[in-house]
Write a protein that binds this ligand. Structure first.
Ligand SMILES: Cc1ncc(COP(=O)(O)O)c(C=O)c1O
Length: 380
């Protein structure tokens, strides 16, 4: 067991040890930490849907109708017709021919990427892509080339030097620790010009961007794939892959995390169904717009105080302080003042860029934001 002790000791020495902390949710806005009510600035619940009555009601209704569990993989026990109906609804929302629901975003990425790439393929990936995309690439055994964050000239240079029969460009659309955006149109153009497949992860854009909350990577067709999760702005759990009918058929046969894993429980499908309807409504179009305006204003005000917030264009606002010890100290100080803001340290982010990852949701009030700004100013 020496390797365990050694790992933990080293993590402690670098202020890099992670600990599970009891946090009880109260609402999208608040939670209880150490017996005290805090404003929650740590979640991915951007539209505050996790406790929306319609999602909760649908989860209970679908449980009462179809049971607590799905009883097996959909290929083994069959697919409840409402699941198929929901996949058609997701495809229409995403502007793709088809969609496939998979257990979680992590499972979708490792399963779908290892299904479409093999040892004879080359994957070209943004350096700041989410860990699940990198895990999928590693699992596939494909050649793995990483381009500098958002540097599409570097991507093209790598592609010129490397021409195996199958090439796949993989990128987040919203980068989860920086809140900045990939240039989806430029990625589409490059993939088209180089005859490469494009795989986009729309996890943090789903629900937050697009006229109907469909995200930034809509309209995947041909061999292209866009995926996203229902676990963030969509308020519950699970993931989708949006693609052509043919690609869906392929994934049903080849995506290991779909084939060999039990389907989501009916409660999750019910909550997903309710969320997909809600985010397309006029009400949520307004909520989305207000959230983005509020987020841009907060980022600007934090920059004005003197912190580096990178290039965020989303409700994810990094407050980059560099040193893990400093970030932990600010996070502790904020907690003392009744605000939960999580400290993100290497290896989740590159060395030297430890940060607070602040995330705003539509339930936060102006007074929550003023309190946060005041507390940050004291910690500069
Ligand atoms: C960009 C991105 N992709 C995929 C995932 C995984 O999604 P899930 O939490 O549904 O497994 C995450 C989760 O943090 C993410 O940030």
């Amino acid at each position: 067991m020496d390797f365990v002790k050694e790992f933990l000791k080293k993590a402690d020495a670098g202020n890099l040890r992670r600990k599970l902390r009891p946090v009880a949710p109260v609402s999208a806005r608040e939670c209880i930490v150490d017996g005290r009510k805090c404003i929650d600035f740590s979640s991915n619940n951007y539209l505050a849907l996790s406790d929306h009555p319609k999602l909760k009601e649908a989860a209970v209704r679908w449980t009462n109708l179809y049971g607590a569990g799905s009883k097996g993989s959909r290929l083994v026990t069959g697919t409840f017709p409402p699941y198929m109906e929901l996949e058609r609804k997701i495809a229409a929302w995403k502007g793709s021919e088809a969609s496939l629901v998979i257990g979680s975003g992590f499972l979708a990425n490792i399963g779908a990427i290892s299904a479409v790439a093999d040892r004879d393929s080359a994957i070209f990936a943004d350096k700041l892509n989410h860990a699940s995309l990198n895990s999928g690439a590693q699992l596939s055994g494909a050649g793995f080339r990483r381009y500098r964050h958002l540097d599409l000239k570097h991507l093209e240079a790598l592609m010129h030097n490397d021409s195996p029969s199958r090439r796949i460009i993989i990128s987040d659309t919203v980068f989860s620790m920086d809140g900045d955006l990939a240039d989806v149109q430029a990625l589409k153009k490059i993939s088209h010009e180089h005859g490469a497949m494009l795989y986009l992860d729309d996890a943090h854009a789903t629900g937050v961007f697009g006229c109907k909350g469909e995200g930034l990577a809509s309209g995947a067709g041909g061999l292209d794939i866009s995926m996203g999760t229902f676990s963030k702005a969509m308020g519950s759990y699970g993931a989708y892959v949006a693609c052509s009918e043919e690609m869906k058929e392929y994934l049903v046969n080849r995506c290991g995390t779909f084939v060999f894993s039990t389907a989501l429980p009916p409660a999750a499908y019910g909550a997903i169904d309710a969320a997909v309807d809600l985010v397309q409504s006029q009400e949520y179009c307004e909520i989305r717009r207000n959230l983005l305006v509020k987020s841009a204003k907060l980022a600007e005000e934090i920059r004005w105080i003197g912190f580096d917030t990178g290039n965020t264009a989303t409700p994810i606002i990094p407050v980059i302080a560099g040193d893990p010890e400093k970030v932990l100290r600010i996070s502790r100080n904020l907690l003392e003042k009744g605000m939960l803001v999580v400290a993100i340290r290497p290896p989740t982010v590159p060395k030297g860029s430890a940060r607070l990852r602040l995330s705003l949701n539509s339930a936060h009030t102006d007074s929550d934001i003023s309190r946060l700004l005041e507390a940050l100013e004291e910690n500069l």
